[in-house]
Write a protein that binds this ligand. Structure first.
Ligand SMILES: [Zn+2]
Length: 219
């Protein structure tokens, strides 16, 4: 489904740059000096569009803004999100937040993958404000991702923040890079999970979590 990479040109035997390499280096310097909008305009040109036509005039600007929003997780930390939302509790039942909508971009094609996250933990003296669980998901979803790593990062973040007895995270997602290119049936979901602590060591805890989200899924 992917196009072959261009054939590598043989490198010249003597050290020093060929004219082609010099030209390429110069192109890189220009690229580094170009604004993000200029780069997006060039991208439009290269796919065969005319960035000067009416409908596209402000598109590079919109692309820049939208990409900044969709990748704002790089400028955020879990610490900032949670700074005033950790609470001491005398409670040790499972806390579960189901059906957290998320939108991310695959790092291989920069196409969206999106779906639902289900996050659970068994506290050990501390809990996280419920709305903050969804914020943690966004901190990592709004970066270039693979679904497995996103799942694991959410689990690790909860673990680091409150050191619970265990954490379970399940993500169900649809990947546009597979759907739009016809690699996968339209309706298929990719499911990933990360289980830490008692969610890993105790089958009973894991089963309770999975049956709770399964119940939610069937309505
Ligand atoms: Zn992809």
């Amino acid at each position: 489904m992917t196009t072959k990479p261009p054939v590598e040109k043989p490198t010249p035997e003597r050290p020093g740059e060929t004219p082609a390499q010099v030209a390429e280096a110069a192109a890189h310097i220009e690229l580094a000096q170009a604004s993000t909008r200029q780069i997006y305009a060039e991208l439009l040109r290269r796919i065969g569009e005319d960035p000067a036509r009416d409908g596209l005039l402000r598109t590079p600007q919109r692309m820049e803004k939208s990409m900044a929003f969709l990748t704002q997780g790089y400028t955020q930390t879990v610490g900032e999100v949670l700074h005033d939302a950790l609470f001491d509790v005398d409670y040790d039942e499972m806390v579960i937040v189901r059906d957290i909508e998320f939108y991310s971009q695959c790092e291989h094609h920069l196409l969206p993958f999106f779906g639902k996250a289900h996050v659970a933990y068994l506290p050990q003296g501390k809990v996280v404000g419920l709305s903050k669980v969804a914020r943690i998901v966004d901190v990592f979803a709004r970066r270039l991702q693979v679904q497995e790593r996103l799942t694991r990062q959410i689990a690790d973040a909860i673990e680091d923040a409150i050191h619970p007895q265990g954490v379970g995270v399940v993500l169900e997602a649809q990947h546009l890079c597979m759907m739009m290119r016809g690699v996968e049936k339209q309706s298929s979901h990719t499911v990933t999970s990360a289980m830490l602590g008692v969610f890993k060591s105790q089958a009973q805890t894991r089963t309770e979590f999975l049956s709770l989200i399964d119940h939610a899924r069937r309505g």
